[in-house]
Design a protein around this ligand. Structure first.
Ligand code: ZN
Length: 396
């Protein structure tokens, strides 16, 4: 357990001192939300649909797997998603794409983790200003036709087409029930009445009241497994690692959680403790006594430059209610009924504008002589799904 978890689980004189600030913070957020809703302040509408995914608590273990699943859902439907994120809280640099060689002190561990899992298939950009970051991403990746914002719960300036808020009951039940800065909550539970979907993680005890119109989606932990850092498609179970000489790399703040997880999986390990901000080098892993080196996902992204095939990463798999796919795609179908949105789509191959053929429900690329179908209201921007135009077919 790290200091912030301890801080959020207790109520001390400091918390009582901060409590009025929490109330002030909530009132300020409520006033801003009302001003944006009543159009006193003008939110910014981006040219493509925006999906905001964020947690009601400052920490949520399921956000990254949820975003990865949403990205995969969108891609399977033929869409071209991009992700924007704040990056490391101390990052004040202009928008930049997250690549695996970026420092965790700029990109942030969460964005690097998304970049690692999604590789080159979904661009991820970070920046202090979400609107500027989104514009920079769309400028660099003109094929992107939907954006996922990996935070932004309280950034009402960013007009969202769909919003899902994660309620991690594990964090809430163990927390002190207070709102920032005194506790782990980022807003009051009434905020959940003004969202499209609430994603419930953990044991569903002591749930806040949520109105009927807000969809409730469950996310459930499945088995834990390890994947190889160099070849993530290679996975093993804990049982397959038993009887090996295992070193566990732990950074001090998350040390106990990770060691508890490994103990739960009945793995006997030698812990190798490093400071939280440690820059890993190959020298840290030299001792040959270890056949297997285990790391948490958060620490794994700090080891990407090491090229050590002994490194395996603990990963929790999740199952998400299918309802989430259905409500997100329904919302996007509504958006893509707007011809203005279809007009800005470009060919994913040559990036040139497309001709929208309403009757045939196709988007034509003249240069590549390809017709991308609009299937069930969603433009399917995949080369493999596009119809090759025969030479005799004239394009008007
Ligand atoms: Zn083209």
């Amino acid at each position: 357990m790290n200091w912030s978890e301890l801080y959020w689980q207790r109520i001390t004189p400091l918390h009582l001192f901060l409590w009025p600030l929490s109330r002030l913070f909530v009132s300020f957020q409520a006033i801003r939300r009302t001003l944006y809703r009543r159009a006193v302040l003008t939110p910014v509408r981006l040219p493509v649909p925006v999906i905001v995914i964020d947690g009601i608590t400052t920490k949520s273990t399921v956000k990254a797997p949820l975003i990865i699943q949403v990205v995969n859902t969108l891609k399977a439907a033929g869409l071209r998603p991009g992700i924007i994120s704040r990056g490391h809280p101390d990052n004040h640099l202009p928008p930049v794409r997250v690549t695996l060689n970026k420092s965790p002190h700029i990109a942030g561990v969460k964005a690097l983790l998304l970049a690692y899992h999604l590789r080159e298939t979904c661009p991820i950009w970070i920046g202090y200003d979400r609107i500027e970051t989104a514009k920079a991403l769309l400028n660099a990746h003109r094929e992107c036709n939907v954006l996922i914002c990996d935070d932004g719960l309280q950034d009402f300036r960013l007009l969202r087409d769909f919003e899902a808020i994660i309620v991690d009951t594990g964090v809430i039940n163990s927390g002190n029930g207070l709102i920032m800065p005194a506790g782990p909550l980022r807003d009051s539970f009434t905020r959940l009445q003004h969202t499209d979907a609430v994603v419930l993680a953990g044991h569903q005890k002591q749930l806040p009241d949520i109105e009927e119109k807000v969809r409730k989606i469950g996310i459930y932990p499945l088995k834990e497994r390890f994947f190889n850092l160099l070849q993530p498609q290679q996975t093993v179970s804990a049982a397959e690692l038993a009887n090996k000489r295992i070193h566990a790399i732990v950074c001090s703040s998350e040390m106990q959680n990770f060691l508890d997880d490994l103990e739960f999986l009945k793995l006997a390990v030698t812990p190798c403790v490093f400071p939280e901000e440690h820059h890993f080098t190959a020298a840290d892993f030299q001792p040959d006594e270890a056949e297997i080196i285990l790391v948490s996902e958060e620490d794994a992204v700090k080891c990407l430059n090491l090229h050590d095939e002994r490194i395996w990463v603990l990963q929790q798999e999740y199952r998400i209610d299918l309802g989430l796919r259905e409500i997100i795609l329904n919302k996007l179908r509504e958006k893509f009924m707007d011809p203005k949105l279809l007009d800005i789509l470009v060919c994913p191959l040559c990036k040139s504008p497309l001709i929208y053929k309403k009757d045939q429900r196709e988007l034509i690329c003249k240069a590549d002589r390809l017709a991308y179908p609009i299937r069930d209201g969603i433009p399917v921007m995949l080369e493999d799904e596009a119809r090759k135009l025969p030479d005799e077919e004239e394009i008007k």
